[in-house]
Design a protein around this ligand. Structure first.
Ligand code: NDP
Ligand code: HSE
Length: 428
């Protein structure tokens, strides 16, 4: 049987996993697709580099165009990352009628609609399961499993690096910088880990999930983003004391055809299923109008989990090739984009304030909440032996984002408040 020939762009953490699975599971894979799968050419940056895997050196090239332009190659697997160069390679490959499998969320979040439009024009497949939540088949689940339902909420721990860091800080009291280094050594972090810790990686993934879940074209600028670099061990301890876990949560909500998406460190009630997702694990919680609560859990980063999703996409492309149905299953967002205004976005808030330790302060603070119609769930004042100011811990009931912003602006100019030490969204 004629083999299906694959061109690989990148042989780093994920690319190495792809070669291992394609070579190690050849019999299992070829029995599903009806022909052998051969990795024909591999583009790398440095062909002399020592690698964790043995590959035929004649397959390596430092010129990705050699792979893109090779007429023998049917499918391109892109696992080199980056945006501009990669976009050109993928668009050119589609022009040549090659199918694409990619793990590149940066590219899909920014240029997904252009790439998918080209794929449709050329009747090619573009699959990107590994781009969100590594080994969890969440993209196929949203496209196929939820095709009959209306999704109301998607809540995800979709960045393994930050979940790994927060877990180690919470469970072992480890320092932020040490754990970040560990996550980099384990191959979880992006080449520039700022995009992990500042929430951009999660925001890109949430834009992809929002587009698929809400059937509208969510762009990166529609996602409000805050990362974990400001989260302290003290904040995590406060969360625990109040019965919450601190997680970097992507939250996408849609009501009456209007949506909002955000990524931020969030205190989530300890009993919620997503609160117990630790380490490099990811989870995506999806609430459908008809189905109710569902949750999908698995490794969100790392060579083999990510490669599992990539090779599953490869199998899907080849099955489509055999059936002659490539390019027919792309999801095209059809709904007009309508973003919620801050007046319509509601959530609970945690606030830690450092205030003057004198009579009447609490009254002044609660008066501000009342002025903007924000109702309080709990208020605790405590002394801290290391802090001459009093500390006030406040948890609100659901309040609109607009009202809460007004409260915070007012607090910035209230003379009894020394410092708004922490402010987090609270869920569950
Ligand atoms: P790595 O940095 O480990 O690997 C990148 C690979 O691409 C390397 O082999 C590198 O070559 C090659 N490369 C980079 N630039 C070029 C270039 N200009 N020309 C030719 N080859 C090039 O990245 P990862 O494997 O970690 O990530 C790859 C993609 O997968 C990224 O888009 C990432 O976001 C995504 N991803 C990663 C996950 C993970 O857990 N790591 C999980 C899910 C998605 P060389 O080896 O010679 O340096
Ligand atoms: N850097 C990403 C993470 C890799 O930590 O989740 C998986 O997309």
């Amino acid at each position: 049987m004629k083999p299906v020939k694959v061109g690989l762009l990148g042989l780093g953490t994920v690319g190495t996993g792809v070669v291992r699975i394609v070579e190690g599971n050849q019999e299992h894979l070829s029995s599903q697709v009806g022909s052998p799968i051969v990795i024909e050419r591999i583009a790398v940056k440095n062909s002399e580099k020592a690698r964790d895997i043995v590959v035929d050196p004649s397959k390596l090239t430092t010129d990705p165009w050699e792979v893109i332009n090779d007429p023998e190659i049917d499918v391109i697997v892109e696992v080199m990352g980056g945006i501009n160069g990669t976009k050109d390679y993928i668009l050119q490959a589609l022009d040549h009628g090659k199918h694409i499998v990619t793990a590149n969320k940066d590219l899909m979040a920014l240029y997904g609609s252009e790439i998918l439009a080209k794929a449709q024009e050329k009747q090619c497949d573009v699959f990107y399961e590994a781009s969100v939540a590594g080994g969890i088949p969440i993209i196929r689940t949203l496209i196929e499993g939820f095709s009959s339902d209306r999704i109301v909420k998607i809540m995800g721990i979709v960045n393994g690096t930050t979940n790994y860091i927060l877990t180690k800080m919470s469970q072992e009291g480890a320092s932020y910088n040490d754990v970040l280094k560990e996550a980099q050594d384990l191959g979880y972090a992006e080449s520039d880990p700022t995009s992990d810790v500042e929430g951009l990686d999660a925001a890109r993934k949430m834009a992809i999930l929002g587009t698929l879940g809400f059937r509208t074209n969510v762009e990166l600028q529609d996602v409000s983003v805050k990362g974990i670099s400001g989260v302290s061990k003290e904040d995590i301890a406060f969360a625990k004391r109040l019965g919450y876990e601190m997680k970097l949560l992507g939250i996408a909500e849609c009501q009456n055809e209007e949506f909002n998406i955000s990524v931020q460190p969030t205190m989530i009630r300890a009993g919620h299923p997503i609160a117990s997702v630790n380490g490099v694990f990811n989870a995506v919680y999806v609430y459908g109008e008809a189905v109710g609560e569902t949750m999908f859990y698995g490794a969100g980063a790392g060579a083999m989990p990510t490669a599992t999703s990539i090779v599953a996409d490869l199998v899907a492309v080849i099955k489509n090739l055999k059936l002659g149905v490539n390019g027919l299953k792309q999801i095209v967002p059809y709904k007009t984009k309508k973003l919620k205004s801050d007046e319509d976005i509601y959530f609970k808030n945690f606030l830690l304030l450092h205030v003057d330790d004198k009579a009447g302060v609490l009254a002044k603070i609660t008066q501000v909440f009342a002025e903007y119609d924000v109702s309080l769930d709990s208020v605790v004042q405590q002394a801290n032996p290391h802090n001459p100011d009093a500390e006030i811990i406040i948890v609100t009931h659901n309040a609109s984002k607009a009202s809460m912003n007004k409260v915070l602006r007012h607090f910035e100019n209230l003379n009894v408040i020394r410092r708004i030490k922490s402010h987090y969204r609270v869920e569950g």
